[in-house]
Ligand binder design. Structure first.
Ligand SMILES: *Cc1c(COP(=O)(O)O)cnc(C)c1O
Length: 360
């Protein structure tokens, strides 16, 4: 059993993926080939956002978004400490200061009720993370941002592409949405890739220019940018994967619901709020004595992982570079989370084996 089963997915999609890759090899436009715009159009149609800008990775999506809103040294960005490092890393890379707000211990997402108290005149953005594939309390976050002079809200949706939030899609819920096509994410390519979504035309234009070294046209550099394009080949892979993405979304929801059902009142799990679903980028439970349990599951052929063992505000690299060090829920949860095998191709038998081993 694999933690994320990408082999079965390739087997199912092999004719389309191979044909899509071959087409790129035939036309030879490896950078900004026709598949780039084709994918962006499909992702616009899927999410409902007005604009999509594919980029080199989820990390690059965050970086370019922060550059597009003109984050300057000393500016503050309110975010969660319980996330992958990239979220805070891109803020710090631009000289910004992550201001960490604690999480809700049941969803593991940022606690929106704590955000307002963290706002200062230097607050430049609010960056919630849709952790494990479930969007945070975005209505409340958007309302707070609006009350304080329309602070941009950037959703780190690296784990939640495809998720619903009150009838709308993740990535299309705030000023900017950033996702990742890292292979193991809910929608992945075969290398690095990512995308930015927005319905603000000026921000979209800024992101497009920043993606290509700040060029508004060739060799006209109107701003400082990066080399942040997504390869044509990776766009071709995602295009092929879009063919059965709706099926994969349904599978993920069904497998997540089955885990919920099988584990109910026996093992505490990350909770999904009403009106939202989760893409279950990770299916995560709370356990005590995690290390011995992981070792036992591993010996029984059940791979597990920890997302994440330590909050970002307790990582050495961020010492003295952030505010908001007292996040007790994040610390407590980091010691207890355990992610179980999850992918659209996880068989019912394998899922039973996971649950059986966990409950033994
Ligand atoms: C994966 C991930 C990223 C980074 O995405 P890459 O494509 O690997 O650069 C950023 N934020 C979160 C929450 C992630 O899970």
């Amino acid at each position: 059993m694999q933690f994320v089963d990408l082999k079965s997915q390739y087997a199912a999609l092999k004719p389309s993926i191979d044909a899509r890759i071959q087409r790129v090899l035939d036309h030879g436009q490896y950078i900004m080939g026709p598949e780039v715009a084709e994918l962006e159009q499909q992702l616009v149609a899927y999410t409902g956002a007005k604009q999509c800008i594919t980029v080199a990775s989820g990390t690059e999506a965050l970086l370019i978004s922060l550059m597009a809103i003109d984050l300057k040294p000393g500016d503050e960005v309110i975010t969660t400490p319980f996330t992958f490092a990239a979220t805070a890393e891109m803020i710090v890379l631009l000289g910004g200061v992550p201001v960490f707000v604690d999480i809700e211990p049941d969803t593991c997402n940022i606690d929106a009720s704590l955000i307002e108290a963290a706002i200062t005149p230097r607050t430049k953005a609010i960056m919630p993370v849709s952790l494990y594939g479930q969007v945070a309390d975005m209505n409340e976050i958007n309302a707070i941002a609006a009350r304080h002079g329309d602070i941009p809200v950037i959703e780190d949706a690296a784990q939640s592409f495809g998720a619903d939030y009150e009838g709308r899609k993740s990535c299309n819920l705030s000023t900017l949405g950033c996702t990742s096509f890292f292979p193991s994410k809910p929608l992945g390519c075969y290398g690095d890739g990512g995308a930015i979504f927005t319905s603000d035309d000026a921000l979209a234009q800024a992101c497009r220019e920043i993606r290509v070294h700040g060029q508004s046209k060739r060799y006209t550099h109107t701003r400082v940018g990066v080399g942040g394009r997504m390869d044509t080949l990776q766009c071709a892979v995602v295009l092929a994967k879009m063919e059965r993405f709706e099926w994969e979304v349904a599978q993920r929801l069904a497998i997540g619901a089955r885990y919920n059902e099988l584990l109910r009142s026996r093992v505490p799990t990350v909770v999904q709020r009403r009106g939202r679903n989760s893409m279950f980028a990770q299916y995560t439970v709370f356990v005590d004595d995690r290390a011995p349990l992981q070792a036992r599951l591993s010996s029984q052929g059940v791979p597990t992982a920890v997302h994440y063992p330590r909050p970002i505000n307790e990582q050495a690299a961020y010492e003295g570079r952030c505010r908001g060090n007292a996040t007790p829920h994040a610390r407590a949860v980091a010691a207890r989370v355990l992610s179980l095998p999850m992918s659209a191709d996880l068989s019912a038998d394998d899922q039973q084996r996971v649950v059986h081993a966990l409950l033994a």
